[in-house]
Structure formats: C-alpha cells, structure tokens
Design a protein around this ligand. Structure first.
Ligand SMILES: NC(=O)c1ccc[n+]([C@@H]2O[C@H](COP(=O)([O-])OP(=O)(O)OC[C@H]3O[C@@H](n4cnc5c(N)ncnc54)[C@H](O)[C@@H]3O)[C@@H](O)[C@H]2O)c1
Length: 211
C-alpha cells in the first residue's frame, strides 16, 4: 500500500489527520495564521500529546513557543492524504442510497468528484437533481481508464456486492467505500472502508445503556 518505506501508521492517526485538516480550515477562514498544539488539540477533541504523536509520523512541525503554521500544516496533511487535487470517484448502485449520495453537493469541496454512476439498469432512476451521468455497467471499465479513477463507492444490493467488487478490482480500482453489509474479499493491495450505520447505532446503543 501507500508509502511502504514508512513505519506502520495507525489507521486512527490517518482518520485524525482528516479531523485536524477540517479544524485548520476553520482557523484559516478566521484568518488565524498560527496555532498551538494545545489549541488545535482542543478544537479537534483530542489530547495535545495525541496530536503531537500523530504529527511526528510525518516529520517535525511547529516551532516551540509559536506553535504550528496553519497554512503549512494544512498543506502537509493534504499532501499526505493525497487530496491536493480533485480525486475522481465512481459510484456503483444507483438505488435509494446511491441517489442520495449523488445528490449531495458537498464532496467537491472536500476534494472528491463523483465523475459517473453505474447501475445494472441505468434508465430506471432519473432525477433532475443528479448532474453526473448514470451509465450501464458495460461502460464502467472505459470510464475508470479514461478518467484514471482509483476509488469507488459501492451502493449495490448486498447479493451483487462481491461480484461488482471483483469487476471494480479488475478495472483498476484500489480503494472501495463499501456500504453493503458484508465483508468483501479483495486482493491485499486493495483497501476497503466499510460504512455501516446499523453497526454505529448498535455501538451507540451499547454506550447509552443504563444512561
Ligand atoms: N451502510 C449503511 O449504513 C447502509 C444503509 C442503507 C443501505 N445500505 C446498503 O446499501 C445498498 C443499497 O441500498 P439501497 O436501499 O439503495 O438499495 P436499492 O435496492 O434501492 O439499490 C440497489 C441498486 O443496486 C443496483 N444493482 C443491483 N445489482 C447490481 C449489479 N450487479 N451491478 C450494478 N448495479 C446493481 C440495483 O439496480 C439498484 O439500483 C444495500 O446493500 C444496502 O444493504 C447500507
């Protein structure tokens, strides 16, 4: 996977980078140029020792007494996350969930562009709010190649998820955001992130018991 010359960076550290980046964006909006590790940690909701530890994976940042340069730290994190330029993404499965994600206008601001969506039955769903092309599966390989797409959002019915995953991997996709409630089998070099609201709710349910 990415940057193999580095020591293993915990997955949670990478998640926290995304949180730090959004906090830094808010500071930039308020014309704040430098921030102490304590202040940044506080807005990010972590301990300052955690923040400093996370950032040491990527080199030395900040000046003692002065803190971090907001612009420089944002640039470093964006570079590490690979979101310096707009990343093309495809979505497969234009049902209820797929349509909802396609109609969300906020992804581009965050560095991702859903360049096209695909479905077995691309003509079934039409929605004036959707600006991306909805195409048949026969066009998937061409679009992925032409637009050099590496990431896919998977919102197909659970029964089709593994088969569609195999197709995506064959087409060169190396990162899958999977909404289907099953464990996908992929080659080692392919990364899958699962989103499962039921698991998140179950987790909340555990923690609020007896509250
Ligand atoms: N992660 C979550 O929290 C969460 C929440 C809701 C739904 N889901 C899951 O998301 C998926 C979609 O849910 P939905 O309600 O939008 O379902 P849906 O039935 O409305 O849509 C599924 C779409 O997938 C398409 N499809 C099926 N087989 C395909 C194939 N082989 N190739 C291409 N397209 C194919 C169908 O034509 C349909 O348009 C399901 O797997 C569901 O379990 C997850």
């Amino acid at each position: 996977m990415k940057k193999p010359d580095r020591p293993e960076i915990p997955r949670k550290t990478i998640y926290r980078l995304s949180i730090y980046l959004r906090c830094l964006a808010r500071l930039k909006d308020n014309a704040i140029r430098t921030v102490s590790s304590e202040a940044l940690a506080k807005v990010a909701g972590v301990k300052s020792t955690q923040l400093r530890k996370d950032l040491t994976y990527f080199g030395q940042f900040g000046t003692r007494g002065l803190g971090y340069d907001v612009e420089q730290l944002s640039a470093m994190i964006t570079n590490e996350l690979g979101t310096k330029s707009l990343q093309p993404v495809v979505l497969v499965g234009v049902g209820n969930l797929g349509l909802a994600l396609l109609s969300y206008r906020g992804f581009e601001k965050e560095g991702f562009e859903i360049v096209a969506a695909f479905d077995l039955d691309p003509k079934r769903r039409r929605d004036k709010k959707i600006t991306q092309p909805i195409l048949g599966m026969d066009q998937l390989a061409d679009v992925i190649r032409e637009k050099n797409v590496k990431m896919a959002i998977l919102t197909v019915a659970v029964a089709a998820a593994q088969e569609v995953t195999n197709t995506l991997v064959t087409c060169g996709i190396t990162g899958i955001l999977n909404f289907a409630p099953l464990v996908l089998h992929v080659p080692e070099e392919v990364m899958v992130n699962n989103v499962n609201l039921a698991i998140e709710l179950e987790n909340l349910s555990y923690f609020i018991q007896g509250g």
